[in-house]
Design a protein around this ligand. Sequence first.
Ligand code: GLY
Ligand code: MN
Ligand code: MN
Length: 437
Amino acid sequence: MITLKQYRQRQTRLLAKLPENSVCVIPGADLQTRSRDTEFGFRQHSDFWYLTGFNEPQAWLLLSNHSRYGGDCRGLVCLPKDPAMEIWHGRRLGPEQAVHELKFDEAYSTESLAEVLTEWLAEHDNLYFPQGEFPDADDAIFDALSVLRNTPKQNKAPSAIVDCRPLIHDMRLRKSGEEIAVMRTAAEVSARAHCRAMTFAHSGCFEYQLEAEIHHEFAMAGARYPAYGTIVGGGENACVLHYTENQDAIDDGSLILIDAGAEYNGYAADITRTFPVNGKFTPAQAALYQLVLDSQLLAIEQLVPGATLPEVTKNVVNVLTQGLCQLGLLTESVDDALANQSWRRFFMHGLGHYLGLDVHDVGEYTQQGSPRQLEAGMVITVEPGLYIPNEPDIAAEFRGTGIRIEDNLVITATGNEVLTDGAPKTIEGIEALMEQS
Ligand code: GLY
Ligand code: MN
Ligand code: MN
């Protein structure tokens, strides 16, 4: 669990990055309409969650290092207590309790947001704010700035507006021990869910049934929501990278690609497994699968401190291209296929991405124009794949086959730790698990 102490430490670290006389104002998320008067389940904005652990809509975090506060000052704007509203829509902490429980110096009701923003922004040189994240928040900030600019003798408006996101995102990129512990749980729950889907699968089952098995396992472990739309693609559907219709029956002899990860305490797992619906790979499926797996195992060996994603991607592409040539899916020489990038027909996405509170997590991939080196504490995915279209020039046994194998790694001081090895990925491991069921 992430403790209040850690949330407060994050606020302190952010405050320490601000120049003198700065205020940082960070809006949280609001509810999103699903249809008419029903809403999607509330999901806090990841930056706001990272800094506060406060899970109510319409909240604002206020941080200032103005000398008038005699040190750092932390404030929260949140929905007021309101018995009638709480009967309908759920409990609210309220500003009085927020000061108490979350140790803010000041807390205010959303009803006084306009005055609070004007008061907090006044007399600061720099305003740090994530402009463009929420249009309503932009309006509230620009209204407050207008008020300050139109009363020039009393209230000085900040002269600089600076994006606070790069500062926060750089903090989020390297995970603490506590964050890694939470991500380990997200990964374990997700791996179990993949095992459950493999165990359930049988010829003729529907993609949505496998999705239900996955979500059941998530929810039973306290992870009510998936970290992203679960992908269950049988047969050719596996070649649609972000396939989420999940409507079709899966024919005997097909592979199933499942890309699913739980969100646990806000943190994502992101696992893909590909397996035969009837529990046995055909020789052609096995050959392609082993090629993807070999490339993934090589990548895992190489994703260590100091390595960069592009250099490891290049090595993965070499392995995949050699294999594609051997299998006759590419008919040029390996050198020509690499030079012409012909492999892109079958592998058209990146090798991996940062993982954290967002599935495609924040943080820069380059530094001073060069690929960023991996560092201890970063969490990344490694997810090579091959997607063979159903097209006439392709040998029949390979047509319409999509394979991806995706694991989550923490970069450690000496190498990496795979968080997601609870879900089998060798051909023998998958066939053995499916045979038991
Ligand atoms: N699940 C989306 C991805 O693998 O990046
Ligand atoms: Mn994925
Ligand atoms: Mn991924």
